[in-house]
Ligand binder design. Structure first.
Ligand code: PGA
Length: 247
């Protein structure tokens, strides 16, 4: 089984740190047919990292794009700007929903513009409070509104329960069984929208406090197509352990 591993560096790493971490990834994370590795650094380091990862198995993504093509929107970065370097874009991360008040409608527009520019969107969904099962299904349906059967094949879903994200106080990863159960329900929702056959092909990842200590507990679970790793992707040796656990 090939798993997708996404390293979300969030707003971490200055120029020197980003270069060193990328060099470490390039040198120590050996190509394997079992892992597809995507690094999402702060957008300002994309060009430098593209040079470091050139001719390697490591691909780049971004953590966000604008919902609009171009224009007078101070501080934003468009899909056409990042597509020179990146193949993936995280859309609707819970931190963007929370700190930037991103709505499902806005996230839907970002997914559409990403697809238009041949970027693969990674739609993040997840409930704030454990047990609130409807919110992420709602986020899936709203986030994917109007996405065709052809385009959905390029979309990745990341189930990231907000309560499990490591930067939230007292957080703890969801258990593999819990994550698998939710992923199944997301896949059922996708089957309602796109049909079972297409839904089976969509990659659904888990994210939230995945680290070098708990990764092994997740690896047997075939329902989870990969992982979105935040904090633990910044610790070189620890991330290497995560990576090697998936080989
Ligand atoms: P975490 O973050 O691995 O630090 O919990 C995951 C994410 O927010 O994408």
């Amino acid at each position: 089984m090939q798993r997708l591993l996404i390293a979300n560096w969030k707003m971490n790493c200055d120029y020197k740190e980003a270069g060193e971490l990328a060099d470490f990834y390039r040198t120590h994370l050996k190509s394997s047919q079992n892992i597809h590795l995507v690094v999402c650094p702060p957008a300002i380091w994309l060009e430098d990292l593209a040079k470091i990862f050139k001719n390697s198995h490591i691909e780049l993504g971004v953590q966000n794009i604008s919902n609009l093509e171009y224009g007078a929107i101070t501080g934003e970065i468009s899909a056409s700007m990042v597509k020179e370097f990146a193949k993936y874009v995280i859309c609707g991360h819970s931190e963007r929903r929370k700190f930037f008040h991103e709505s499902d409608e806005l996230i839907n527009q970002k997914i559409k513009i990403a697809l238009k520019h041949n970027l693969m969107p990674i739609l993040c969904v997840g409930e704030e409070v454990k047990g609130d099962n409807n919110s992420f299904l709602f986020q899936v349906s709203k986030g994917l509104a109007g996405i065709s059967k052809k385009d959905i094949k390029k979309v990745i879903i990341a189930y990231e329960p907000v309560w499990a994200i490591s930067s939230n106080q007292g957080s703890k990863a969801a258990s593999p069984d819990y994550a698998a159960e939710i992923i199944d329900s997301i896949r059922d929702r996708l089957a309602v929208i796109y049909g079972r056959e297409i839904s089976e092909k969509i990659k659904i990842l888990y994210g939230g406090s995945v680290n070098s200590k708990n990764i092994k507990s997740f690896t047997d679970c075939q329902t989870i197509d990969g992982f979105l790793v935040g904090g633990a992707s910044l610790k070189a040796e620890g991330f290497k352990n995560i990576y090697n656990s998936l080989i």
